[in-house]
Write a protein of this length. Structure first.
Length: 481
């Protein structure tokens, strides 16, 4: 955690007004490259850098700290403050270079040592960071910045129990409470202590009821626990506090969708889309909810918006394709499925959907090829096996159809359709006797199949086959019409 030098006497209004004016003049001179009286002195630059850091004007701090270094090239303080300014902008690699330079000039300064450790932790060099932290803590055992950095390293190393102890201690220290509590909650979540995480977020909310991120995170944890209604209440609070909170609206939409409250999920996704019109997951989920509600044309429009932002968004090609399918615009559906598969050919669901669309276009050969691709990727998809078998049967390949229906029976032994379809294929192949046990099982699982049998089988088995089947069925005391 970086410090910004809030000295009491720097807060006096006259000094602040003078520094504001000085900063304005310095900006103009830095922009034009013309300094009326030459470059400012090191002391003047030091003052303005401290002021910029204190007031969080970090871009200005970088500009004038760099100039300070030029004026005082051997100043550890200039290098150090330059590093702080860069770190405040998350430019950690550059900040580390500045801290390294500062340490060359003053290798025993604890503040420089700790800030170097912070930068090393931020760029992922955890072993080096921990070494500096431990060195700093030998000299200053209660250096809270060092302890916080140590806790962050332990968290990144997934040593959560140790991190929890440190963050618990730091959460009681002035200036470290909020950040430590958020990290403490994260650690509890990481070890699957969801109740512990919720307790921490409740504490943050108790301290600051208007902390939108705490309400949001609380909602996420409640959602993980399956408490969607309670999660919704947390997301609602987050959006009341922060109306443009895209992720809160988005998660609210997901929670409503999980509860089957599609109209409310659409409303939440619309709010998220209004707050950020270029967020692809938001647009996609809004389109998906519109599709689920049966608003296919608007869903197609929204999927198109998602693809306008991200032309490689596979799920939106697939989603738009299923909408075209629902509108029986099968050629357009196939185009979108092809676009999705060109980007990711490993999508079994898309191959399956393409097979169905091709079947509906009367293109049995290519439909069969697509079903095969889908089954290569998803060999346990019972419905795909069924559609593949049905198409093979329609195409006259009884043997392949039987193999497909046998897969249905193997994968879903309680599903009547698999047995009934097997009986159909056997009867079509002139083996009505072999079909009988499959019919018996189908009727047992779903008595309605008996009605289907009398309606469909005459065309499949022929007059003699049908007479034989009826005789066997009656002889086995199966239901009469």
């Amino acid at each position: 955690m970086l410090e910004y030098f809030n000295d009491d006497d720097t807060g006096e209004e006259p000094d602040r007004q003078n520094l504001d004016e000085t900063l304005r003049r310095y900006r103009e001179s830095a922009s034009s490259g013309q300094w009326q009286n030459g470059l400012p002195s090191a002391d003047a630059l030091e003052n303005i850098v401290h002021y910029c850091l204190e007031t969080h004007k970090f871009d200005d701090a970088v500009t004038f700290a760099r100039m300070w270094r030029e004026v005082a090239p051997y100043s550890a303080d200039a290098c150090h403050k330059y590093g702080i300014a860069l770190g405040s902008l998350n430019r950690w690699e550059e900040a580390l270079e500045a801290y390294d330079r500062a340490a060359e000039f003053d290798p025993v300064d604890i503040e420089i040592m700790v800030n170097r450790a912070i930068a090393l932790e931020q760029v992922g060099r955890l072993d080096e960071s921990m070494m500096l932290v431990e060195q700093a803590l030998v000299n200053e055992p209660e250096n809270f910045d060092a302890l916080y950095t140590k806790a962050m390293i332990l968290e990144k190393r997934e040593r959560y129990d140790e991190a929890i102890r440190l963050f618990s201690f730091l959460s009681k220290q002035e200036g470290f409470g909020r950040d430590s509590l958020f990290e403490l909650a994260f650690c509890h979540e990481a070890i699957d202590d969801l109740n512990g995480a919720i307790e921490v977020y409740n504490k943050i909310i108790e301290i600051d009821p208007y902390e939108a991120n705490a309400w949001f995170n609380r909602g996420v944890i409640l959602g993980k626990k399956g408490a969607q209604r309670l999660a919704l209440a947390s997301y609602d609070m987050a959006t009341v506090i922060k109306p443009e909170f895209v992720n809160a609206w988005y998660n609210m939409g997901n929670a409503y969708a999980a509860l089957g409250r599609i109209d409310e999920s659409i409303a939440a996704y619309r709010e998220a889309h209004k707050a950020d019109p270029s967020d692809v997951p938001v647009i996609h989920n809004l389109a998906s909810s519109l599709e689920e509600r049966g608003h296919f044309k608007e869903a197609i429009e929204m999927f198109g918006k998602a693809l306008a932002v991200d032309a490689r968004h596979v799920a939106s090609f697939y989603g738009r394709g299923t909408c075209y399918d629902a509108l029986e615009q099968f050629a357009q559906a196939v185009e979108d499925y092809d676009s999705a598969l060109a980007l990711d050919p490993s999508q079994g669901d898309v191959w399956y959907a393409k097979g169905d669309a091709l079947y509906n276009l009367g293109n049995l050969r290519d439909a069969i090829s697509s079903y095969r691709k889908a089954l290569d990727l998803q060999p346990k998809d019972v419905e795909c096996w069924f559609d593949f078998g049905s198409t093979m049967l329609e195409n006259g390949d009884v043997l392949e159809a039987l193999q497909a229906f046998n897969e249905c029976v193997r994968l879903a032994p309680e599903w009547a359709e698999g047995y009934y379809a097997t009986a159909k294929a056997l009867s079509a192949a002139g083996q009505p006797l072999t079909a009988v046990p499959y019919l018996q099982q189908a009727f047992s699982l779903d008595p309605v199949k008996y009605e289907d049998f009398h309606r469909e089988f005459p065309a499949i088995a022929g007059p003699l086959g049908m007479e034989y089947l009826r005789d066997i069925i009656h002889r086995n005391d199966l239901p009469e019409e």
